[in-house]
Design a protein around this ligand. Structure first.
Ligand code: NAD
Ligand code: IPM
Ligand code: MN
Length: 356
């Protein structure tokens, strides 16, 4: 049975990096992987064409697809638009409409990139961390929200950090299940010393931990977690946290692997339908220059094969091809170090294709 993949390249470097992932998927297709790719508009590109960052046609395409591959959205051009039609709303709308509550962000150091990290090699060598980020709730979606004018004429901005027990429980269970297949340790990150909402988060994590006696649960405040990620990141196996904390901690964790251009992600619903995207943004500062690192997007395509398409062997092969290219000393600018060969976005994609 042919599986349908919605390809939403988006803005900035989005089209450049997605193009490289498509090259890789096309090689697999030629050798028998049964997939069809269907392109759609999202983000600023969609706004410019249709007036909406998430047009009906794109939402329908995403709903019908078995999986979605996304580049990135956003850019200077759209920064002064009303927040309701900004490119980022397209991405948030997809996550919410498709119920993609479980965002998996693996931070793995390829040993070849130990020099590329800004941290000392012995701090990051062997790093293999999974951040499980809640993706459809919390302060990103909580009501009420907005900017209002008070009686004294001053403006006030407000957002709501809000979680139901069931939302906490389902993301917690995802983290425990993943931990079972790895190092059997979950660190739940919260701010339970200050925020009631995350006090509830901690209570729910503690309650469900009883169902996973083989997994060790610890709790950490988010400020300490940010510090520990830089001090001694290998102490972590699986981290589970709220939407906003996970956003911030995963960018931080990405630098442990050499670059934000290395971190893929999977955003899954309860049935493992998923959207796959690099964790970085549209990098408007380097867009159009054929300089961006496409590996996070190529590795996101590998996650798509593994988690949604049931093609674990092919996912392994993509990851091995990436490793081989790094063995060859090929580096985009963000992971470049002394003695390596500097390559462009498209040369990196071509090298992965050749290594496959
Ligand atoms: P960003 O992740 O786009 O860029 C941060 C820095 O990392 C920049 O210097 C950029 O050049 C670099 N970088 C990012 N990806 C890279 C890659 N693949 N290769 C090499 N270098 C890379 O974050 P930002 O600058 O804060 O945001 C830019 C825009 O992207 C904003 O509009 C933001 O809302 C949007 N954004 C979108 C997503 C997404 O679509 N998932 C994620 C984050 C930010
Ligand atoms: C990410 C991005 C998004 C987020 C933005 C663009 C809405 O930063 O995917 O990490 O905050 O979730
Ligand atoms: Mn982010």
């Amino acid at each position: 049975m042919t599986q349908n993949i919605a390809v939403l390249a988006g803005d900035g470097i989005g089209p450049e990096i997605v193009n490289e992932a498509i090259k890789v998927l096309n090689v697999l297709k030629q050798e028998g992987l049964s997939i069809d790719l269907h392109e759609g508009l999202v983000g600023g590109a969609a706004y410019d064409e249709t007036g909406s960052p998430l047009p009906e046609a794109t939402l329908a395409l995403a709903k019908q697809a078995d999986a979605i591959l996304l580049g990135a959205v956003g850019g200077y051009k759209w920064e002064s638009l009303d927040i309701s039609v900004r490119p980022e709303k397209g991405l948030l709308g997809l996550r919410s409409a498709l119920n993609l509550f479980a965002n998996l962000r693996p931070a793995i150091l390829y040993p070849q990139l130990a020099d590329a990290s800004t941290l000392k090699p012995d701090v990051v060598a062997g790093l293999d961390l999974m951040i499980v980020r809640e993706l459809t709730g919390g302060i990103y979606f909580g009501q009420p929200r907005g900017i209002r004018t008070l009686d004294d004429g001053e403006q006030q901005g407000f957002n709501t950090l809000i979680y139901r027990e069931s939302e906490i429980e389902r993301i917690g269970r995802v983290a425990f299940e993943i931990a079972r297949k790895r190092g059997s340790r979950v660190c739940s990150v919260d701010k339970a010393n200050v925020l009631e909402c995350t006090e509830l988060w901690r209570n729910v994590m503690t309650r469900i931990a009883a169902d996973y006696p083989d997994v060790e649960l610890t709790h950490m405040y988010v400020d300490n977690a940010a510090m520990q990620l830089v001090r001694a990141p290998k102490q972590f196996d699986v981290m589970v946290t709220t939407n906003m904390f996970g956003d911030i901690l995963s960018d931080c964790a990405s630098m442990l692997t050499g670059s934000i251009g290395m971190l893929p992600s999977a955003s899954l619903d309860a049935n493992r339908k998923g959207m796959y995207e690099p964790i970085h943004g549209s990098a408007p500062d380097i867009a159009g220059e054929n300089k961006a690192n496409p590996l996070a997007t190529i590795l996101s395509a590998a996650m798509m094969l593994r988690y949604t398409l049931g093609e674990a062997d092919r996912a392994d092969r993509i990851e091995q091809a990436v490793s081989r290219v790094l063995d060859q000393g090929l580096r985009t600018a963000d992971i470049f170090s002394e003695g390596m060969t500097l390559v462009s976005t498209s040369e990196m994609g071509d090298a992965v294709v050749a290594a496959l």
